[in-house]
Design a protein around this ligand. Structure first.
Ligand code: DGL
Length: 279
């Protein structure tokens, strides 16, 4: 099925989605870098985590969400989830005629710019690490790079439970990250949008000589570039109150709202529950 491109307007919103709250770390960067844009966010809180699911399942979920976002007035969609970017982005780009941006390519670019010794680590979900997508993209930019991937499946539930600064998180991080320290990496990609929320723990374990790359920053820049190129950047100066961001989830709106307010400090008054299986 192909959804044909409707008339896109600079006044339209940016669609952003993730399996849960992680994509809010990308929303935070978008709000910093292009503050005039309004955002329609969907967090698939009923079906999180995506990271231990098959490519087919993640693609089906992502397709439903893109259909949902396209039922709103959006001019571009950010796949603010590494797992969905790794598993589904290629197919979504074939199916939908709307600009789509994932987080993997921008993260790769930032890491290749940051590394000095060419040894780059990537942490992410099982699906992201197994896809090998980061190694592939990194080697396209720097042939001699050595890439070390490590799946960290317990990080997502720890983040979703709010254990951002906790001895339990320290202990799990110590176990996961030991082998990356032994590999002599000087750059580590936080290859899951949940991980910037435990950045200080990861940074403490890796030591100050290892640069941490948060793909969210580069993704927001990439989005800005794309909107400029397509003549879709909103230049109208707007106050926070008039922007009207919208937040949707597939379950647990109240918990999401509290989380979201802790992450983006925007003052989210409501999050609505959507039956995503209908899309
Ligand atoms: N935040 C998602 C990512 O960037 C994944 C979390 C999950 O497993 O659903 O990969």
């Amino acid at each position: 099925m192909s959804v044909s491109r409707k008339q896109l307007s600079e006044k339209s919103s940016i669609g952003v989605f993730d399996s849960g709250v992680g994509g809010l770390t990308v929303v935070r960067e978008i709000m910093r870098q292009i503050p005039n844009e309004s955002i329609i966010y969907f967090g698939d809180t009923a079906r999180v985590p995506y990271g231990n699911k098959s490519k087919e399942t993640v693609t089906r979920f992502s397709r439903q969400i893109v259909r949902f976002l396209c039922s709103h007035d959006v001019k571009a969609i950010v796949v603010a989830c590494n797992t969905a970017s790794a598993c589904a982005l290629d197919e979504l780009e074939q199916e939908f005629d709307i600009p789509l941006i994932g987080v993997v390519k921008p993260g790769t670019k930032a890491a290749v710019e940051a590394t000095r010794n060419g040894r780059i680590g990537v942490i992410g979900t099982e699906a992201t690490i197994q896809s090998g997508i980061y190694s592939r993209y990194i080697r396209e930019l720097r042939k001699d790079a050595a890439v070390y991937g490590k799946a960290c499946p317990l990080f997502v539930p720890l983040v979703e439970e709010g254990l951002w600064q906790d001895p339990v998180t320290d202990e799990i991080a110590r176990r996961y990250l030991a082998e990356l320290i032994d590999c002599g990496i000087d750059t580590l990609i936080l290859g899951c949008t949940h991980y910037p929320l435990i950045r200080s723990t990861v940074g403490r374990m890796m030591g100050e000589d290892v640069a941490l790359v948060n793909p969210a920053y580069e993704t927001a820049l990439e989005l800005k570039r794309l909107l400029e190129e397509e003549g879709l950047l909103n230049h109208e100066a707007r106050t926070l109150g008039s922007i009207g961001h919208q937040f949707y989830v597939s379950d647990g709106a109240e918990k999401f709202k509290q989380f979201a307010n802790a992450i983006i400090k925007y003052g989210i008054l409501s999050a609505k529950v959507v039956n995503i299986e209908e899309y």
